[in-house]
Each structure stands twice: as C-alpha cells, then as structure tokens.
Design a protein around this ligand. Sequence first.
Ligand code: 0O3
Ligand code: SF4
Length: 380
Amino acid sequence: MGCMVETQLAETAAGAGMTDRTRDQRTIGAPVVTLAMPRMRRQSGRLKNVPVDGEKKVLLAAPRGYCAGVDRAVVAVEKALERYGAPVYVRKQIVHNVHVVKTLEKMGAIFVEEVDEVPEGANVVFSAHGVSPAVVNEAADRGLHAIDATCPLVTKVHREAVRFAKQDREILLIGHTGHEEVEGTAGEAPEHITIVNSPEDVDTLEVRDPDRLVWLSQTTLSVDETMETVRRLRERFPNLQDPPSDDICYATQNRQVAIKKIAPQADVVIVVGSSNSSNSVRLKEVALEYGARAAYRVDFASEVQQEWLDGARTVGVTSGASVPEVLVQELLDDLADAGYADVEATVTAEEDLVFSLPKELRQNADGQRDARALGGRVRA
Ligand code: 0O3
Ligand code: SF4
C-alpha cells in the first residue's frame, strides 16, 4: 500500500494521457527499479533530441525517492483526512516537497506555521521533521488533537539528546540552524545543545567543558561533510564522545551512496527535490563532489533547460527522500523525448523498511487495527 500522493499524477502531467506506473511499480519501501514493465510514455515535446557523439543514456539511482519516514508521514495526513474529514491542520510542511504539500492541500489539509494558527480543539499533524516539547505543550494547551508524524529515526535523536542532557553533557548538534528538525531536537534540551553548522564552525566554537562533549546530528546531512566536522571537533576536543549509533539515517546514506556511484560517469546529474529539502540539496552537492560535470535540482521536469543537456551523453537521475516517484517518471519521459530513452538502474541497496502509523491512527474508524498498524520489513 502506497500513499495516494505518491500515486497521483503530478500537476504538470495531469490529463496528458499517461498511465499511472507508480501504482504498479512501487509498494511501500520496495526498491524502485522495475524498469522493464511496459509503460505509456507522456510526451511533452519540451526538450529537443539534439545529437551527441555516442549513445545517450540515463543512469537512474536506486534507492531514490520516498523513505519510510516520509511515506508514514504522508499516509498519516491522508488517514487523518479520511478519519476526521477536512480540514486537517498540519504544522509546517509535512515533508519538504512542493508537490506533496499542494496535493494534500487539494485533499483538505491546511498547512500552518505554528499551532496558534489552528482553531482550538481541531486536529493537527506534526511534520516528519519533529517538534520540540514546547510545541507539543502549546498544542495540548489549545486543546488540539495532535497526531505526531515525526519520523521514528528523528525521535531516536531526540531521545539521545534528552539522555545526554540528563547526564549533564554538552551536546554539539551538527545541523543547519533554522531547519525544523534541528529546532525540534535542540528544543529537547536547549541549555545543553550548541548547533554546529559546518566544519568551519568548529574553529570558533566555545564550550563549557571539553571533557563532557558528545556530538549528535541532523538526519539528512552530507555524510562526508559531517565526518569532516567530527574530525575537526575531535582535533580540538580529543575526549569528544560519539553518538550510540548513526544519526544520519539509512535513507540519506543510501541515496548518497547511489549518486556517488553515478556521478563520475555522468555529464549532468538531475536531482528531483524541493529547494528546502536538506537531503535533496545534499544529493546535488554530493554529485558535484564526486565528479558530475554539472548538477541541477528541480521540483518538476518542466524546469529542465535544454542547454543543460548540451553535449551530454550520460544523464544521472535521482530524487530526495520526500519526492514522489511520479515526478521522477515525468523527468524520465521528458529525457526520453530528448533522446535519453535508454535507462539503466544503478542499484546500490535495497530498502524494505516500513514504519507503523502514528499511534493515534493505528485503528480504523470501525475500531479495527489498520493494515499499517505494525510496520516492519516487507518485500515487494
Ligand atoms: O530534512 P529534509 O529537509 O531533507 O526533509 P525532507 O525533504 O522533507 O525529507 C524527509 C526528511 C525528514 C522528514 C527528516 O529526516
Ligand atoms: Fe526518517 Fe531518514 Fe526519512 Fe528523515 S530521511 S524521514 S530520518 S527515514
């Protein structure tokens, strides 16, 4: 079972006569590599087929697109709408993707910045990026019915922060100031947490006690840059403690590994993802670091410019963890128009993780346990 947003046609392709391939190609958590399946291609004719020396092809990254936490969060909003009816309020973008947000808005979701914009007693979903205890408390004070769609892997980092704060350790949280996830995690123990934005930040960092430091991180960072930050931290603070396990999650890591394999062979890499999506933006940066001659990020296929393909034989394609697969399929269709009909999957991992729904939604309206109540690992 996939979420409806995942299977809906993107606005840009609506009515263009394409078949809904994603419904057949993808179940939750299954690797998105089924390319042999016959499919009707949508032709926009936007991009011209300009000849280049040699065969043109696309290298398509797998894994790409939805991770288990995003899938769960989007399904949570859909289920909340089904259960309680519209409107359902959502604090912040449920995930950082323009298409997902617009599609849920059409289904009756109302996105707000803060809970004080939600009418008292209404239903509100907290986004996948997590919230601080202050937000949870404010929602309770307003008598809101809150559904917490925070990814369990973000919650894990929150718990680590609470545990280390209780030990009176100083937590160096590697992440981007202003990002919702960092705000939520830092809000668990503000007096114990210092945000470290980049390796360069390390030089000017002031700490209370260099022997009581531990580092944690945002889940969607560049693995390499984070390791460089940690290296510099350890250089300055040799007694720095590591987190108990990786905070950069499996999905972020897997998508970076796949694009690292593609980038050296690609004349151009196109990443589908929104501009505020940390993990999507990192994929573009990683592609450039690993040898792609050029890399671009787009929300929609319609943003691809003809000149990006000038002289390009090999185009690498991937998508961020918050990106519905339909948007990638549209890009592949446009690239096929431009002569890149040969699509080769580069598979570096298989993902089969499924998270159970937020506890508030585990029972259907008739009291039965929802099919997604338990989560677990599934195979397609
Ligand atoms: O954290 P990021 O900006 O990458 O967020 P996205 O694009 O919504 O992707 C999902 C990641 C997430 C919910 C937190 O790990
Ligand atoms: Fe969870 Fe990772 Fe997806 Fe973020 S990117 S929602 S931490 S699985």
